[in-house]
Ligand binder design. Structure first.
Ligand code: ZN
Length: 179
């Protein structure tokens, strides 16, 4: 088992390489790694640095869904828990978007405590990226849609970490105020 510092450092490096060249949706086509850094850092803050595997899983949470990374590889390089957390945050990309969104709402309360925290941090980051100073109609609709859905997913995830719950609620208020 890697030391906590190495666990997180290796996770960040693998994520940077696997998501290399990818841009995130939303504001200014930020590099994808910015989203992963934001999620991992929120998890570190929320738990005050007490859970290195959770922070590592934050760096890696989109690696199975969006790159050729596998569960086995993550289990071998990191730990079984890190691999499981990432699998729990992986949508079935064979399903259409509406179905994946519906599934996330249904599945949220069944997730492990750690996966629920990752889901909340992910939604905070994704709403933040959709807030524009001077939104077009399309950007406005996208933000309203995404925030409404994220609230339903997070309703099934909350209660495990006060800071994440509050940060999510504040982000939704900021999003609504920008519409
Ligand atoms: Zn994500």
């Amino acid at each position: 088992m890697l030391s906590p510092v190495r666990l997180i450092s290796e996770a960040a490096e693998l994520a940077a390489r696997r998501h290399n060249g990818m841009a995130r949706k939303g504001r200014g086509q930020d590099p994808y790694i910015n989203h992963l850094a934001e999620v991992a850092n929120m998890l570190a803050t929320a738990t005050d640095g007490a859970d290195a595997e959770l922070v590592a899983a934050g760096w890696l949470h989109d690696s199975i869904e969006d790159t050729d990374t596998t569960r086995e590889e993550l289990a071998q390089k990191f730990s079984d828990r890190v691999a499981s957390l990432v699998v729990e945050c992986t949508d079935d990309m064979n399903l259409p978007k509406d179905e994946r969104w519906r599934q996330q709402v249904i599945d949220a309360p069944k997730k492990s405590a750690g996966a629920r925290l990752i889901k909340i941090a992910d939604k905070i980051s994704n709403i933040g990226a959709r807030i524009h100073p001077d939104p077009t109609t399309e950007e406005r609709d996208d933000l309203a849609d995404y925030s409404g859905w994220a609230e339903q997913v997070v309703a099934g995830c909350r209660g495990g970490n006060q800071w994440l719950d509050t940060t999510f609620d504040d982000m939704v208020l900021t999003a609504r105020a920008s519409l």
